[in-house]
Design a protein around this ligand. Structure first.
Ligand code: NAD
Ligand code: IPM
Ligand code: MN
Length: 364
């Protein structure tokens, strides 16, 4: 995962668009951006943050999620986008969230949803006798197609004969580019295997395409072991023996579901991060896997580590692997030292975890 167009060294100011969003998104983003600034200072990285108030409050006031021109500006004027979380009980259909988050994923064609599954400390894993070596893989979720395209309709709404259609779109181009990306990633990151997961025994058209494309692409990567698992079997195998996985590639919907399961194996949604990337254009958006957790909003109890680890992915994308590794290490050491929020068994508040991580980072 790298940005597409490398800049000359002297122009290396990285401009980040920050969208805290709703609920705990605000609290964890504030902390993650503090840690980001500490990391930038420690590694002498020129970084500029610009904050945007896209989210439920603005939507309720103006009726607009993503204003005209925002997509183009986020694409052209920034090196990366950082998003906290969206979701608000006052907007039950998530209209604003779809407009903003799916608007950016689709509008910027961020077809790779990169979700690392990495156990930072054994104590966080709910599975018996699992070590950190046992849980270290990456899920690549197709991010621009499938059931997320919003194609469908409702016929005879509100009657006994109501019909609801929700189309699942799979294109040759879309399926091939994510499967190919998974193999390329495996090859360039020393990963031994790629598992493709679908439901081709039932979804005889859409996932038949996944099967055929996978068979074709894997022939080009004989150095990488590869096999197929139906998604129900995949979830079972992830629990039974997570150590067998290096890289998993799957469709949009299954990737969403599987990565919440995987998040829990790492310690919960409070520690799971993600990147949405178009490796060809260099457009990228970083976010925790979790949502706005409305019931915890405004209480200062949300775990900011997922958001901080999303900043780690952002530094790696910006080609500052040293800063990324230092962030991960600072988070790991905070966990080992018990400097954690209550979801991980501690008693610290959101901002106090930020301070703990920043202290460990500043000393690196
Ligand atoms: P959620 O991820 O917001 O929260 C589910 C549960 O996970 C919480 O109740 C909490 O127990 C735990 N949790 C999540 N993040 C945590 C954190 N940082 N620290 C500690 N515990 C944490 O999922 P949900 O409740 O299903 O959805 C709430 C809203 O968020 C909905 O509107 C949903 O659509 C939206 N959502 C947005 C995103 C996103 O913006 N990327 C992702 C998922 C859900
Ligand atoms: C995620 C979220 C989103 C998704 C929602 C909020 C649209 O659950 O990023 O995992 O389903 O992709
Ligand atoms: Mn999700």
């Amino acid at each position: 995962m790298r940005r597409g167009t490398p800049q000359p060294k002297e122009e290396r100011l990285a401009r980040i668009a920050v969208i805290p969003g709703d609920g705990i998104g605000n609290e964890v983003t504030e902390v993650a951006m503090h840690v980001t600034e500490v990391a930038a200072a420690a590694f002498d990285i020129d970084l500029e943050l610009e904050w945007f108030d896209y989210g439920a409050d603005t939507y309720l006031k103006t009726g607009v999620g993503l204003p005209d021109g925002a997509l183009e500006s986020l694409r052209d004027d920034f090196d990366a986008i950082y998003l906290g979380a969206l979701g608000d009980p006052r907007i039950p259909d998530m209209a604003h969230g779809k407009e903003i988050l799916l608007g950016l994923r689709f509008g910027l064609d961020l077809f790779v949803n990169h979700r690392p599954v990495k156990l930072l400390d054994e104590s966080l894993c709910p599975l018996k006798n699992r070590t950190v070596e046992d849980l270290d893989f990456v899920v690549f979720r197709e991010n621009t197609e499938g059931a997320y395209v919003g194609v469908g309709g409702i016929f005879k709404q509100g009657t006994a004969d109501e019909v609801a259609l929700q189309e699942d779109i799979n294109t040759r181009k879309g399926v091939e580019r994510i499967i190919r990306y998974a193999f390329e990633y495996a090859r360039s990151h020393g990963r031994k295997s790629v598992v493709m997961s679908d439901k081709s025994n039932v979804l005889r058209y859409g996932h038949d395409l996944w099967q055929r494309v996978f068979e074709e692409v894997r022939q080009e990567y004989e150095d990488i072991e590869s096999w197929h698992l139906l998604v129900d079997a995949l979830t079972m195998q992830i629990i039974k023996n997570p150590a067998q996985f290096d890289v998993i590639v799957t469709c949009n919907m299954f990737g969403d579901i599987v990565t919440d399961l995987c998040a829990q194996l790492q310690g919960g949604l409070g520690v799971a991060s993600s990147a949405n990337v178009n490796p060809h254009t260099g457009a990228a958006l970083f976010e925790p896997v979790h949502g706005s957790a409305p019931k915890y909003a405004g209480q200062g109890v949300a775990n900011p580590m997922a958001a901080i680890l999303a900043a780690q992915l952002m530094f790696e994308f910006l080609e500052h692997d040293d800063a990324g590794a230092a962030i991960e290490d600072a988070v790991r050491r905070s966990i080992v030292d018990g400097q954690v929020t209550r979801d991980l068994g501690g008693s610290l508040k959101t901002d106090e975890v930020g301070i703990a991580v920043a202290e460990r980072l500043a000393g690196c």
